[in-house]
Design a protein around this ligand. Structure first.
Ligand code: GLC
Length: 422
């Protein structure tokens, strides 16, 4: 009897110890799976006895948000570490879902990172995420085609349309289209539309008065431009269903003159296994409207720890490893991701592989964040619906749709006016 009890006790404690050594990481589907697999193997090799169990969710930020928040709403103790889009920390902090990381991630360490993602990770004075990489919208173009027809990269959106039309007319290639971007109804649509609206002097909402601003003339003009000139004249209507991977595939197949994407697209567009346009690609800042300033949306991803994790200290070991200078360098070199750590923009190996990071640093630093608020996601849903119906239907009444969208945004923003201020 005593022996049975002893065996049971030993087995029980073994399984307990074993369970303690698993860290569950919820991540998205990467376009560079090898880089992440290797990083995780390297962590496990350095930490014998710790095992990372990965759950791989959808690529889309919007769908991935649903997956992670579902687990958090259920207080699921199975998820220890998760990726957070740069727009989520305020929401996760206010809801009590993300663990404050101040005891692990002191101010002196935070200074080594770019300030925009650190600000995005901060809510009411506490820090909730560690930035892994940042994103900023960039213009990709077919260097060979622009040179052949005597163009330099466009400075304004109307110039981009004119160049695309001229190239299409001269190249006479039925497969070629003028532009590919992300116009499906999801978070990427906000990133794209924000670049048009802000580069026309408009805004999504005004921060001081907390009022929706989509019905103002600068915003309406920009949305109309996207519907009538970008989608109506130089893209095929398939872009209305595109997220990043599909829009990049079109460009990499040599079927678009211009393309809007994040910095990692460079790596894929120049990979002979995945691209037909290797060596023919140029990169520039996004155009603006005449009289406006070029605007890049700030994106990027952070690692957070669940408040419901039973092993926050072990989870931190993993977060700290994945955001270390060595890992960010690996992710920059092999996945083309723009590092969140400042020093890597002076690292000789990174600059050798991506010399343009040096000049793009300014664009990264000045990329414009989406508003930082715990009600970002409901606001984004209202905007996504508006943008999608405004650009998808040729005869949409943009003004009246915009007025309705601003009104719905005001209703959500009322929550903040009533005291849920960031
Ligand atoms: C990228 C960005 C993220 C953005 C998303 C939209 O993943 O890093 O911030 O929300 O694209 O598709």
């Amino acid at each position: 009897m005593a022996i049975t009890v002893l065996v049971f006790f030993v087995l029980f404690s073994c399984s307990f110890v074993f369970a303690e050594t698993e860290i569950r990481f919820v991540t998205w589907k990467s376009q560079f799976p090898k880089v992440w697999d290797e990083a995780i193997r390297a962590f496990e090799a350095e930490h014998p006895g710790l095992k990372i169990v990965r759950e791989i969710g959808p690529h889309s930020s919007t769908e991935f948000h649903d997956l992670v928040t579902q687990k958090l709403k259920n207080r699921d103790p199975e998820m220890d570490v998760f990726f957070m889009d740069v727009i989520w920390p305020a929401e996760f902090a206010a809801a009590g879902w993300a663990l404050p990381l101040d005891r692990f991630f002191p101010a002196g360490e935070r200074e080594k990172f770019l300030s925009a993602p650190i600000l995005a990770d901060t809510y009411r004075g506490q820090i909730y995420g560690v930035p892994v990489f940042i994103d900023a919208g960039m213009l990709y173009y077919r260097k060979d085609l622009l040179a052949r027809y005597g163009f330099s990269p466009p400075r304004t959106w109307p110039e981009l349309v004119a160049q695309a039309k001229a190239v299409l007319a001269k190249a006479k290639d039925p497969q070629l289209t003028g532009f590919s971007g992300q116009f499906k109804q999801y978070e990427g649509l906000i990133c794209n539309m924000m670049e048009y609206i802000l580069s026309n002097g408009g805004s999504l909402w005004d921060d001081d008065g907390l009022r929706g601003a989509l019905h103002r003339p600068e915003a309406i003009e920009a949305v109309q431009f996207v519907r009538d000139r970008i989608i109506g004249e130089i893209s095929h209507r398939g872009v209305l269903a595109y997220q990043e991977p599909e829009s990049l595939a079109l460009f990499a197949q040599g079927r678009a003159v211009f393309h809007r994407n994040w910095p990692y697209a460079w790596e894929i567009a120049n990979d002979p296994q995945r691209s037909r346009v290797v060596g023919k690609v140029g990169m520039a800042v996004l155009p603006a409207f005449p009289g406006g300033k070029s605007v890049s949306t700030l994106g990027g991803w952070q690692l957070g720890i669940s408040r419901f994790s039973r092993k926050p200290d072990l989870a931190w070991k993993f977060v700290s490893f994945m955001t270390s200078p060595e890992m960010q360098k690996r992710i920059a070199l092999y996945a083309g991701r723009a590092p969140a750590r400042r020093a890597l923009y002076r690292d000789p190996d990174v600059l050798k592989k991506r010399p343009e990071f040096e000049s793009q640093f300014e664009t990264f630093v000045h990329a414009v964040p989406r508003p930082r608020t715990p009600v970002y996601v409901p606001l984004s849903n209202v905007m996504q619906r508006f943008f999608s119906s405004a650009i998808a239907l040729r005869d949409s009444n943009i003004e009246s749709l915009a007025r309705l969208a601003s009104r719905d945004m005001d209703r959500v923003l009322d929550l903040l006016r009533e005291g849920v201020r960031p």
